[in-house]
Design a binder for this molecule. Structure first.
Ligand code: 5GP
Ligand code: MG
Ligand code: MG
Length: 202
C-alpha cells in the first residue's frame, strides 16, 4: 500500500473535520463480516447485489474477503455480483423520492441466496423499498450487509444482518460515500467541516 491510502487528498484538507473510521479499521471489520457471511451461506452460491454508488468500495472489499475464506471450505464458494443504483439524497438530506436506476430486472435472483451490500442504512427507508423489489423475484433467502448503521436503536438495525459499524447520527463521507458526489475518493470515513458543506452545496 502506498502512503496515499493512509492520508487524505490535499484538496480536501479544509473540508474535513475529522477522520471517523480509518481505512485499516474498515478493512479489518469487513474481513470479519466476510467470515460470518461465508459461515452462514454455506455451500449456496451468493448472488451479491451491490447498491451503487456508495456501496462500490465495500462490495469490492467484501467480495475479495469472501473469495479468500470461501476457498477454505470444502467447496469453492461461488459469487455473482450485480449492481443496482438507488438515489434519494440531496445535500445531506433524505428526499421523498427514491429512484431505482439500472438492473431493474433481477430475475436471476429467483430461488437463489442473495446478499444485498449497502454502505449505509439510516432510516431504513431505502433498504425497505429495495427488499420489497428484490422479494418480487422470489429468491430463496435475502441477507443484508450494511457497513454503517445509523440512529440506533431503530428499524435500520433490524433490517441489517451484517453490521460493520453502528454510528451516531452524523452525516459521513468517504470510502465511496458522497456529499453531492464529492468525497467518494477518500479511503477513510470522515465527518465534513462547515467549509466543506458550504463548498460543495448545490
Ligand atoms: P435511509 O433510506 O436508510 O434513510 O438512507 C439510506 C441512504 O441514504 C444511503 O443509501 C445513502 O445513500 C444515504 N445516506 C444516509 N446517511 C448518509 C450519510 O451519513 N452519508 C452519506 N454520504 N449518505 C448517507
Ligand atoms: Mg446510496
Ligand atoms: Mg449519496
Amino acid at each position: 500500500y502506498s502512503l496515499d491510502l493512509f492520508t487524505y487528498p490535499e484538496h480536501y484538507h479544509e473540508d474535513i473535520e475529522s477522520v471517523y473510521i480509518p481505512h485499516g479499521v474498515i478493512r479489518n471489520r469487513i474481513e470479519r463480516l466476510a467470515h460470518y457471511i461465508v459461515d452462514d451461506f454455506g455451500e449456496n452460491a451468493i448472488m451479491v447485489l451491490c447498491v451503487l454508488k456508495g456501496g462500490y468500495k465495500f462490495c469490492a472489499d467484501l467480495v475479495d474477503f469472501i473469495k479468500v475464506f470461501g476457498r477454505n471450505s470444502s467447496k469453492y464458494l461461488e459469487t455473482r455480483v450485480e449492481f443496482i443504483r438507488l438515489k434519494s439524497y440531496l445535500n445531506d438530506q433524505s428526499t421523498e423520492d427514491l429512484h431505482i436506476i439500472g438492473s431493474r430486472d433481477l430475475s436471476f435472483l429467483h430461488g437463489k441466496s442473495v446478499l444485498i451490500v449497502e454502505a449505509i442504512v439510516d432510516t431504513g427507508k431505502t433498504m425497505k423499498a429495495l427488499l420489497k423489489h428484490v422479494e418480487t423475484f422470489e429468491p430463496k433467502m435475502v441477507k443484508v450487509a450494511g457497513l454503517l448503521v445509523k440512529r440506533v436503536p431503530n428499524m435500520a438495525e433490524s433490517l441489517t444482518d451484517y453490521v460493520g459499524f453502528e454510528i451516531p447520527n452524523h452525516f459521513v463521507v468517504g470510502y465511496a460515500l458522497d456529499y453531492n458526489e464529492y468525497f467518494r475518493d477518500l479511503n477513510h470515513i470522515c465527518v465534513i467541516s462547515k467549509t466543506g458543506k458550504m463548498k460543495y452545496k448545490v
